[in-house]
Design a protein. Structure first.
Length: 182
């Protein structure tokens, strides 16, 4: 199944393409973005980090049918990438995202997250969505909590910034579809 473009009130979620690596490379390697990423993310971020990730990890996983990746773009500026959101069909790690600091705090990630989560449940027909996060990542926690997810497990995990308390949040398809939509 090809990854479709998703739209929200203010955003375009366009399927990731190889050419997006150049914009990702300019935006992603910032401490504010990478500090709560899994420890396998190289830091300092190499000059070819985005190209390597997009072409050797993300797009092959999409091709293999285990991942769906979207660039996040504002409708007001559709050529400008401001973040990334992905879904993964792997145990206990189904959704991940990042947004450049300049665009945080305006509800964009919540909007993108709702669209991706709805795709997970109502297009891919998955029964549960689980999202791990560093416990200190309060903005990510708020997105999960505001979308009806609940904390189901805590543990220690390695992140770029070191070993941290980690949380696993989840929601089922039935719970998601029972939520009121505004």
């Amino acid at each position: 199944m090809n990854t479709p473009t998703l739209t929200t009130e203010r955003l375009l979620l366009k399927p990731l393409e190889a050419k997006d690596a150049a914009q990702i490379q300019k935006l992603y390697p910032r401490w504010e973005i990478v500090r709560y990423m899994v420890a396998s993310v190289p830091w300092p971020y190499p000059d070819d980090g985005a190209e390597n990730y997009v072409n050797n990890v993300a797009l092959p996983d999409v091709e293999n049918g285990v991942a769906w990746f979207w660039t996040i773009r504002r409708k007001a500026s559709p050529d400008e990438l401001v973040g990334l959101i992905c879904l993964y069909d792997v145990e206990d790690n189904n959704r991940g995202f990042w947004l450049t600091p300049e665009w945080q705090g305006q509800g964009y990630m919540r909007e993108a997250s709702i669209a991706a989560t709805d795709y997970w449940f109502n297009t891919l027909n998955k029964p549960v969505l689980r999202a791990p996060k560093a416990a200190v990542n309060e903005r990510s926690q708020k997105i999960s909590a505001s979308s009806g997810m609940r904390l189901v497990r805590t543990e220690k995990k390695s992140y770029v910034s070191g070993e941290l308390d980690s949380e696993l949040w989840e929601i089922t398809r039935d719970e998601w579809n029972a939520l009121p939509r505004s």
